[in-house]
Design a binder for this molecule. Structure first.
Ligand code: G4P
Length: 538
């Protein structure tokens, strides 16, 4: 018989159990405006996953016990969370990774990076306030990145707006079609239970003392519900029917395409509707999938190990003064101790100290799968957007940095500490805490810090003092906008009033402009100059 010239296909071995592990993972973040209830919801989810036995343990306001995700004194003083950490838990044979996003607007750049590490988002809305600015901004990022969004209307136990009005606002303002899964029975402030739209039944909740434990649920038929709740039930049915008749029913394809958003009403405080959120996540949110590399080729989840660094943080543990890089596993199996390659330098990286981190709680990680978040200790070479891989080379695209709107000159108080000052500046730069801008006129001793929000400056000052023993002075600069420019346009721009040209540490040239009128004037008078907008934060 004639010889065949077929080449034997490359043998790829997928580690045992990998496909199964990927399929049962969900990695998501909660996006919300400060005070919408993100910490309370995180805690309620932990309660439902039986990670904690009582709520109130990790939430930390008004004299309750302190939040585990707080890590700096400043944070405690302000009562906001500036760190990004990940909470992993098991729920109905699924492994859920909840990646924490800092809520304050000033830390939005950090939040955007976190969103590169998730496959879905829960958009948490305060029933009395509706869509708020930060929620909108974060939603735009989800849309931009193609992250499907589940909507949760929170605080239904408190007086608020009508459910139809809230959903109408979502549809009108962000063009996302809401598809209710669970409709509230009782107006905001009189929360009795949920109409399960899919299964046509009534879930009645019973309050527990202070909402500290899981609220018992009673499942009832439509008839029993009517008898029990009367008009409140009828209203809920009529309202949800209204939406269903107009076609607002959950459709998996449209949800994944970012056109629709399943809606759940709840109360994080009372633990009403919380397990419904988890059920929706495991039923509808996508498991980890392939991710395109720099050339646009997908890295399959079953390929050898690879991961993206989405966040670097130092000083989380004042006792150890360490530096943690958070990676999201993209493909393959991660085993602690394995030696991987750092794609940006081509150097080997040992993963002996791999941990899961949630606030101050840390534990060693032995294995991790696509979708999981792992903290790597003392990973000095790693920066946000970097890639780690094993066996099969890959590099993922960098994370875009956002247009800064706040600028400050940084100076060391004492010239004798110049060396530490330099080191501190480099550290903040590599972590992406702020962007560092320099030009010849100002020199190295007084770099300019650029940030999305001014609170990033305070973080820098606090950390320089705590970690490097450097007292630094910050003077705000009177610029409000940054535009990308080039060496050709720089001299002419430098001659303009209200403009100063800098080079960012990644080599990009930026022109800082005093205000938008100045910018408009220059664009009109000197149309040949390069002045390109940077990626806007929203
Ligand atoms: P955040 O992380 O999004 O900023 O919000 P957080 O959970 O800290 O909640 C903000 C406030 O809203 C807290 O009140 C919290 O108790 C309250 N809250 C959250 N979810 C619900 C809910 O479902 N129902 C009601 N009624 N309130 C809710 P606080 O007064 O700032 O603190 P605390 O005294 O309650 O601890």
């Amino acid at each position: 018989p004639p010889e065949t010239d077929t080449v034997p296909t490359e043998k790829t071995t997928v580690p045992k159990g990998l496909t199964n592990e990927v399929g049962r993972r969900r990695t998501f973040a909660v996006i919300s405006h400060p005070d919408a209830g993100k910490s309370t919801l995180t805690e309620a989810l932990a309660l439902h996953a039986r990670m904690i036995s009582e709520a109130g343990a990790i939430h930390g306001k008004s004299g309750r016990k302190s939040t585990v995700s707080d890590w700096m004194e400043m944070e405690k003083a302000r009562g906001i969370s500036v760190s990004s950490t990940a909470l992993q838990f098991e729920y109905l044979d699924h492994t859920i990774n909840l990646v924490d996003t800092p809520g304050h607007a000033d830390f939005s750049e950090d939040t955007y990076r976190v969103l590169t590490a998730v496959d879905a988002a829960v958009m948490l809305i305060d029933a009395a306030k509706g869509l708020e600015p930060q929620t909108l901004k974060l939603f735009q990022v989800c849309r931009h990145r193609g992250i499907p969004v589940i909507t949760v209307i929170n605080k239904w136990d408190r007086p608020g707006r009508s459910p139809l009005e809230l959903l109408d606002e979502i549809e009108q303002r962000i063009g996302l079609t809401p598809t209710p899964l669970y409709w509230p029975v009782g107006i905001a402030g009189d929360f009795r239970g949920l109409l399960d739209v899919t299964n046509d039944e009534y879930i009645r909740f019973t309050r527990t003392a202070g909402g500290a434990t899981i609220a018992p649920e009673e499942h009832m038929s439509v008839e029993a519900a009517l008898e029990r709740e009367g008009d409140e039930w009828t209203t809920a049915v009529e309202e949800s029917d209204l939406l269903i008749e107009s076609g607002q029913r959950h459709d998996e394809e449209m949800f994944l395409a970012g056109q629709t958003s399943p809606v759940i009403f709840g109360s994080a405080m009372l633990n009403f509707g919380v397990h419904q959120i988890l059920d929706a996540l495991i039923s509808f949110a996508p498991p980890p999938g392939p991710r395109p590399d720099v050339e646009g080729h997908p890295r399959a989840v079953t390929d050898p190990f690879s991961a993206v660094i989405f966040k670097v943080q130092a000083g989380m543990d004042t006792a150890h003064r360490d530096r943690l890089a958070f990676m999201r596993v993209v493909s393959g199996v991660f085993e602690r101790g394995m030696v991987v390659t750092h794609a940006q330098t081509g150097k080997p990286f040992t993963t002996k100290y791999a941990q899961t981190v949630f606030g101050r709680e840390r534990s060693t990680v032995e294995n991790a799968y696509p979708g999981d978040v792992v903290g790597l200790v003392n990973a000095t070479a790693l920066a946000p957007g970097h890639t780690l891989y094993a066996d099969k080379k890959v590099e993922f695209p960098p994370i875009p940095s956002f247009a800064p709107e706040h600028f400050s000159v940084l100076r060391a108080e004492s010239a004798s500490k110049y060396k530490q000052f330099r080191r501190a500046v480099d550290q903040m730069d590599s972590e992406g805490v702020v962007q560092i801008l320099r030009n010849d006129v100002r020199g190295d001793a007084s770099p300019v810090l650029a940030a999305v929000g001014p609170m990033q400056f305070e973080v820098v000052a606090a950390r320089m003092k705590a970690e490097f023993g450097v007292e630094a002075r910050m003077e705000p600069l009177g610029y409000a906008l940054a535009r990308r420019t080039d060496a050709e346009s720089a001299p002419e721009l430098g001659r303009q009033r209200g403009v100063e040209v800098f080079t960012r540490s990644d080599g990009v040239m930026l022109a800082l402009v005093s205000d938008k009128w100045r910018l408009q004037y220059i664009e009109k008078e000197l149309p040949d100059l390069t002045l390109e907008p940077l990626v806007a934060a929203a």
